[in-house]
Design a protein around this ligand. Structure first.
Ligand code: ASP
Length: 568
């Protein structure tokens, strides 16, 4: 480590073999224990904690010190009487002889503050001093370093793409930035560097990557942030399998290098299989035996009116038989988090309650067979009008709630997505990934039935990455725009630059992007995205630390030619 002049060691460095040496340490006061004739102080820096002792003629040095003051001390290392095996420096203490107060802490600082999210984020710098938080951000730094290391070794070059740019369609709203020099015109912050990375391939760079910020102005959604980081990758002269192999190798390398975990085989599921078996395109495969069954085709005449009249009926299960009371509680929780559901205990071939009584034996046998129910279980039926993936979300949630996950990490690829889906609101087809995704020509010749050459990487029920082979012919791109009801004029206006590049000799190319924070979160076993972002925003997109977003001066508005309407 680079040695600086204000200390001889860090607070995580001293060991028994240092006993007797004279040292200088610097850091924050974490805790003071005053016993009258002896004072102990835990001194903390980014590397650890060291116990300081103030005694005898140096006792007075400890007076007037408070938690979170920043101090520099000189003293002699001594073997501790009461060793602390939990601390890396727990065998020793430093008997202080000189103290230099570097900075007081005037503000009401509490490193373990657990009050409202807003207060926590406002005082984020105090929270971040805490050892656990320091570990998280050191891990993410290593994650980025190792990613760069791996990709450099595979011949990838990191190339920077613009932030002040034009809209890139990834399905979210853009953040826009007004231009002062071109009044009335706006830049968009990139939702991803998608088009630039494709154009880099057309510019002859064979392998690109970038660890890059992306911006998406989405409405409130838990565990999302308006700005996040991607490990963005693109390669030329590749087929789907090439990009998937590279991505798989990268993830395996990161798990091994950083967590010392040998990653198991990736399960490959088609989109159809994932939906049929698990009701989700991001199934948690740590509990492979927990499947779902779609009962739309058999619900008519099943004997239970609520089931018969719903648009969709599906079921999943947990391999434990809940009591009546527990079932009722689970029903309540499911309704709060997802939708109304029927929780039905099952044992030795029998479903209990009204569903057991009223549904036909054919129906019951089918559910038992399709779910491969064990002798004791609880079945969750969902009858509603919502999409088929609701049951999959419920399944993922149940696996976590009831601790049904077996392996620690279950990585999977989901492939063969449909290229388009129908948007009922807009009454038109929209891309499942983005409009630049290549596809296999559909057997019936109908583009709307095409299967895309996209792939998503899913770990433990979370999508950590996704990508595709891109369209590399302008004619094919035009066909997709047509189906998406993007007129040639609109295509020219929005993506003219891409079309121009496509027409100038484009290699076959494809890539993938990983959500860096999402990946870090899974690797660290955390479940809140804010834990892995140093200065996150609240769920409503505010930054309590800086108070962003905030009003700008009248003069700035005038320069931009902007006037605000209504209340502000
Ligand atoms: N640009 C895509 C995304 O941000 C990823 C990719 O296709 O490479 O989701």
């Amino acid at each position: 480590m680079f040695q600086t002049s204000m200390r001889t060691h860090t607070c995580g460095q001293l060991r028994l073999e240092n006993a007797g040496s004279r040292v200088v340490l610097a850091g924050w006061i974490r805790k003071i224990r005053d016993f009258g004739n002896i004072v102990f102080i835990d001194l903390r820096d980014s590397y650890g904690i060291t116990q300081l002792v103030f005694e005898g003629e140096n006792l007075k040095l400890a007076s007037n010190l408070e938690e979170e003051f920043v101090i520099q001390v000189e003293g002699v290392v001594r073997e501790r009487e009461n060793k602390n095996p939990k601390l890396s420096t727990g065998d020793i203490e430093v008997v202080v002889e000189k103290l230099n107060l570097l900075s007081r802490a005037h503000a009401p600082v509490k490193p373990y503050d657990t009050t409202s999210e807003e207060t926590n984020l406002k005082w984020r710098f105090v929270m971040l001093r805490h050892e656990d938080k320091q570990q998280i951000f050191k891990f993410i730094s290593d994650l980025m370093f190792e990613t760069r290391n791996f990709l450099h070794n595979k011949g990838f070059k990191e190339i920077i793409t613009p932030f002040l740019t034009k809209s890139t369609p990834e399905g979210a709203r853009d953040f826009i930035v007004p231009s002062r020099l071109h009044r009335g015109k706006f830049y968009a912050l990139p939702q991803s560097p998608q088009l630039f990375k494709q154009i880099l391939m057309m510019s002859g760079f064979d392998r690109y990557f970038q660890i890059v910020k992306c911006f998406r102005d989405e409405d409130f959604r838990a565990n999302r942030q308006p700005e996040f980081t991607q490990i963005d990758i693109e390669m030329s002269f590749v087929k789907r399998g090439d990009v998937m192999s590279l991505a798989e190798e990268l993830v395996k390398y990161l798990f091994e290098k950083l967590l010392n975990i040998e990653f198991s085989q990736f399960t490959v599921l088609t989109y159809k299989e994932a939906i049929e078996d698990y009701g989700s395109d991001k199934p948690d495969l740590r509990a492979e035996d927990i499947t779902v069954v779609h009962l739309d085709n058999v619900k008519g005449g099943c004997g239970f009116r609520i089931f018969e009249s719903a648009n969709h009926l599906s079921a999943t299960f947990i391999p434990v038989k809940l009591s009546r009371k527990e079932s009722q509680n689970l029903e309540k929780e499911l309704e709060e988090n997802f939708c109304k559901a029927a929780v039905v205990p099952f044992s030795d071939g029998n479903f209990s309650g009204p569903i057991g009584k009223n549904t036909s034996s054919e129906f019951q046998e089918l559910v038992i067979k399709e779910l491969s129910l064990p002798s004791e279980a609880t079945v969750i039926f969902v009858a509603n009008d919502a999409a088929t993936t609701l049951i999959g979300d419920i399944r993922n949630w149940l696996i976590r709630k009831f601790n049904l996950a077996k392996k620690r990490f279950a990585p999977a690829w989901i492939i063969d997505f449909p290229l388009f889906e129908w948007d009922e609101e807009e009454k038109r087809f929209v891309s499942v990934h983005h409009p630049f995704t290549d596809f296999e020509e559909p057997a019936d010749g109908k583009l709307e039935h095409a299967t895309s050459l996209a792939y998503d990487m899913v770990i433990n029920g979370e999508e950590v990455g996704g990508g595709s082979i891109r369209i590399s012919s302008p004619e094919k791109q035009q066909r997709v725009f047509e189906l998406l009801k993007i007129s040639p004029e609109e295509a020219e206006e929005k993506f003219g630059f891409l079309l121009r590049a496509l027409k100038s000799g484009a290699p076959p190319h494809g890539g993938i992007a990983f959500g860096l924070e999402r990946l870090a979160m899974i690797m660290l076993g955390l479940d809140n995205i804010r834990d892995v972002i140093a200065f996150p925003k609240t769920t409503s997109g505010m930054c309590p630390l800086t108070d962003a977003p905030s009003p700008v001066s009248e003069r700035q508005l005038v320069e931009l030619g902007i006037s605000l309407k209504g209340q502000h």
